[in-house]
Design a protein around this ligand. Sequence first.
Ligand code: IPM
Ligand code: MN
Length: 371
Amino acid sequence: MNKNIVVIEGDGIGPEVTRQSIKVLNAIAEQFGHEFDYRYCLMGADAIDKTGNPLPDETIEAALNSDAILFGAIGHPKYDNDPTAKVRPEQGLLKLRKSLQLFANIRPINSYPSLHHLSPLKTKNIEDVDFIIYRELTGGIYFGKKETNAEGTIAFDDCIYSKEEIERIAHLAFKQAQQRRKKLTLVDKANVLETSRLWRKIVKEIATQYADVTLDFLFVDNAAMQIILNPKQFDVVLTENMFGDIISDEASVISGSLGLLPSASIGSGSALFEPIHGSYPQAAGKDIANPIGSILSAAMLLDHFGLHKEAQLIRTAVMWTLDNGFVTKDIDPVNFYFTSTIGELISDFVSNKIPVDVNKENIELRKSTII
Ligand code: IPM
Ligand code: MN
């Protein structure tokens, strides 16, 4: 299979984690006889520094013409702490989501037995957690009219949703639920918000087309608590843009590290794959960030191409590293391996280059390939 992939390394740890995914994708290509062509494009603070624009037109053009986009991370503290900044890195990502109509952001949440001890939650509550969040990504408060008055004393952000915006993601979420444990939970704030009442009405109507799926509803404040108290109850969670942003970071504590979680953003054309973590500027360039969120995003990219065997091999390789204690600093602050080492181990596993009797002591820090 030949595919054109646009790679946007982005800011902070984005470049170093994305490079590990490229190593792994190259190993997959070689192993299975595929050809992946990469085109590198700019977005975020990196793009502002180089071009003055967080999303240059060439990037939009290349993304529109690609088969998929692999993205690293976005954001820089110099903008976070400056409320007066006119141009912000995040505008690049939001504009790209809108330009490609990436209306559904899909975030799987799992727990890994070898990492249960890392979660602040009790092991008995997180064992076998397996749910998936469908977050609406191109509407709501993120994209409504926003303004500050001339005196700088009053500001507003409009939250708007249309029937069509709710329907298209709801269908995807119901279809996903049909493939899984057939339960869909709509998270909203229908006791207060008009937009949430519209979500409820439309999702209820659509539910009649998916009679095998059980639909239930949770207010977002309650959902935030339930995700911590009893995450096993969830199968597919459907929600609007901002609630999805918040509860997916919250849900990441179940797996033990935000660095492990991948995501896919899909629409009608090319889809985008990115780890859910941010740019983690404190770690940038230190080779300590966890590349697994990005590598599992690459696995979701392969699934999107219909390359399920290939995607599964990556997931098996990731499990192998975690089970054997080959982990980054976020997971084990004492005995940790570097970002690049984990990337090499996973790509070596994919290429069948890991001996059965792999000796941990021989995998020196930064020298993973010398086994
Ligand atoms: C995410 C991020 C983005 C969001 C930011 C960087 C704009 O937090 O993808 O979850 O809020 O959507
Ligand atoms: Mn977020």
